[in-house]
Design a protein around this ligand. Structure first.
Ligand code: ZN
Length: 245
């Protein structure tokens, strides 16, 4: 009897060890599958060092549009651009900025043209020289009609890729900013074609995002709101990722 008991205990102990071992193996398989499958598509696929250029409009002597309270487009553009840089880098993108400070870029262009045109030409050169997967120019809108509001994403007419990128960014802002953040069922981003210099003269896919109207009271308040600016940046990143899929 004693021997049998001992034998039985031994068997139970062995089974427990085997069960533990099987559980550890299953757990290891789940962890490996998670990191290999999930992460490689979620992070590595998008990020894999894909180069994106962010172009915050205006800067320095060129404030862009503004309001009576002293809010200037150039500063809002840079805020959002820096948040977007942070977002993209977090996901492993290779980010290049046309400017990271409050400066205009005309001194980086040697063409014989107006200051405004030399500034744009410098931005074009940075984009064309670096050959990114895509670029995003960031601007703030204004209108004589104070009722005009909302984000507008511009693509180059005739470029399917530019239009696709614009559509994805639009979709992402509609969901992440208008629906989830502002809880508005009415506000919708507009996707529009426009023959802008920066879209026409660049050799890669790009869009120009007008992140709101400084002349509209609701949008104006949002352009001063850090949470809104961060949400816009996050949404542009998500749109770029959707476009890359
Ligand atoms: Zn502008």
């Amino acid at each position: 009897m004693k021997i049998k008991k001992r034998a039985r205990i031994y068997v139970i102990k062995l089974n427990k060890k085997i069960i533990s071992l099987i559980l550890i193996i299953i757990l290891a398989i789940i962890i490996i599958a998670f990191f290999n499958g999930f992460n490689s598509t979620e992070i590595f696929k998008h990020s894999s060092g894909e180069k994106i250029i962010i172009d915050p409009g205006h800067g320095g002597i060129d404030g862009g549009t503004g309001d009576k309270g002293g809010l200037l487009e150039k500063d809002v553009n840079l805020d959002v651009a820096l948040y977007l840089k942070e977002e993209l880098m977090k996901d492993g993108f290779n980010v290049i900025m046309t400017r990271e400070e409050d400066e205009s870029l005309e001194d980086f262009s040697s063409i014989n043209a107006s200051r405004y045109r030399r500034d744009l030409n410098a931005r074009k050169s940075i984009i064309n020289k670096n050959k990114p997967k895509a670029f995003v120019s960031i601007h703030v809108n204004s209108s004589k009609k104070t009722t005009a509001r909302g984000v507008q994403v511009y693509y180059y007419p005739g470029s399917n890729e530019s239009q696709e990128l614009a559509r994805n960014i639009c979709k992402s802002i509609d969901i992440n900013v208008y629906e989830k953040f502002l809880k508005s069922g009415e506000l919708k981003v507009k996707v529009l074609p426009e023959d802008y210099f920066i879209l026409r003269e660049t050799e890669c896919t790009g869009v120009l995002v007008e992140i709101g109207f400084i002349t509209n009271p609701e949008d104006n308040a949002l352009l001063k709101n850090d949470k809104y600016k961060r949400k816009i940046a996050y949404s542009i990143k998500e749109g770029v990722k959707m476009w890359l899929e």
